[in-house]
Design a protein around this ligand. Sequence first.
Ligand SMILES: NC(=O)c1ccc[n+]([C@@H]2O[C@H](COP(=O)([O-])OP(=O)(O)OC[C@H]3O[C@@H](n4cnc5c(N)ncnc54)[C@H](O)[C@@H]3O)[C@@H](O)[C@H]2O)c1
Ligand SMILES: CC(C)CCC[C@@H](C)[C@H]1CC[C@H]2C3=C(CC[C@]12C)[C@@]1(C)CC[C@H](O)[C@@H](C(=O)O)[C@@H]1CC3
Length: 345
Amino acid sequence: MATRTRPSSKRCAVIGGSGFLGRHLVERLVDRGYTVNVFDIRQAYELPGVTFHQGDLCDRQALLLALKEVSVVFHCASPAPASDDRALFQRVNIDGTRTVIQACHEAGVQKLILTSSASVVFEGTDIKNGREDLPYAKKPIDYYTETKIVQEKLVLEACSKEKGFLTVAIRPHGIFGPRDPQLVPILIDTARRGKMKFIIGDGSNLVDFTYVENVVHGHILAAEHLKADSPLCGQAYHITNDEPVRFWDFMSQILEGLGYSAPRYHLPYTLVYGIALLLWLMALVLRPLIRIKPTFTPMRVALAGTHHYYSCARAKKDMGYQPLVPLREAIVRTVESYPHLRKGA
Ligand SMILES: NC(=O)c1ccc[n+]([C@@H]2O[C@H](COP(=O)([O-])OP(=O)(O)OC[C@H]3O[C@@H](n4cnc5c(N)ncnc54)[C@H](O)[C@@H]3O)[C@@H](O)[C@H]2O)c1
Ligand SMILES: CC(C)CCC[C@@H](C)[C@H]1CC[C@H]2C3=C(CC[C@]12C)[C@@]1(C)CC[C@H](O)[C@@H](C(=O)O)[C@@H]1CC3
């Protein structure tokens, strides 16, 4: 058992702090005067005021070292959704999150802020202005979503005013911005391979995309408003840009901003979804022999062809959340941050 020393309210730990969201969060926390311990399986950078602890979050002893004298823990580690590895998601998102909660108890941590995902309620059908009281997806589309649901439940159920351990879950949606390894790189890779010519469905579906700095702002507000007498205890909060946009307009703006043509031809949603499902099943069957990674997974097709936008009224009411960077400005900043992905670069 670790020896407990009084935690300082300005000392925090970011689990997954080497990742896209984690690193932006760490940078902002340092700006706000926090001392930060990063815990991650890899060290991606160095920053004054930040101490790195390299380790797997399933290793309680390694975690305890990073949580010493820490009062607030942000948990934003997860395997990449594209890995589609059920055992890995189960181990890290579920078993690992149990370990994180246990280590927090042992180290005397007072607050745990989980990065969940708005996708925990997404089943592949339209969600318009969804609120946090929507039920969890009964048939989650992929293993990532399946394990994010269990993870969120574990963290929210661990909230205990009696034990002095308070928890809250932030549910962002479609995070984008500089250094994102997913959205823009996958989009441009798909365009470079000549596969971004088609719009899935009629192209009118509205979606939330959230600039990374707004997601960070939501996390810090949550940490600072989470108190025993606050409504945040044990609750989930959507954090978005609060500007739903047509999925294909957003993709087109990024593509054209980087010098690529926007998709023009329409394909029926059910046809593309059916093909994606077939490819996914084939990849599953062939996995022992060969590892195939289809670009158009059922989850991606569902996200590209349905409405999925969420209300952040609860975050506005309980923690005074307002997005700091509007969508137009966020797209400009993002496009400028990827000169190496520009056409011809
Ligand atoms: N990117 C999005 O659009 C999005 C949207 C909603 C929610 N989220 C959630 O936000 C969080 C951060 O996502 P991101 O996009 O920054 O991903 P990311 O892959 O950039 O970062 C995840 C980090 O977790 C670390 N990690 C993975 N397994 C670990 C382990 N076993 N032990 C310690 N560290 C480990 C990785 O090394 C990485 O640095 C995740 O929980 C994700 O589910 C992401
Ligand atoms: C090949 C195409 C049709 C389009 C290429 C872009 C996609 C790679 C992204 C568009 C929406 C993105 C997205 C995620 C991953 C990348 C996209 C599919 C998430 C599934 C990542 C995990 C998050 O938790 C999800 C969330 O709830 O925010 C993301 C949803 C949007």
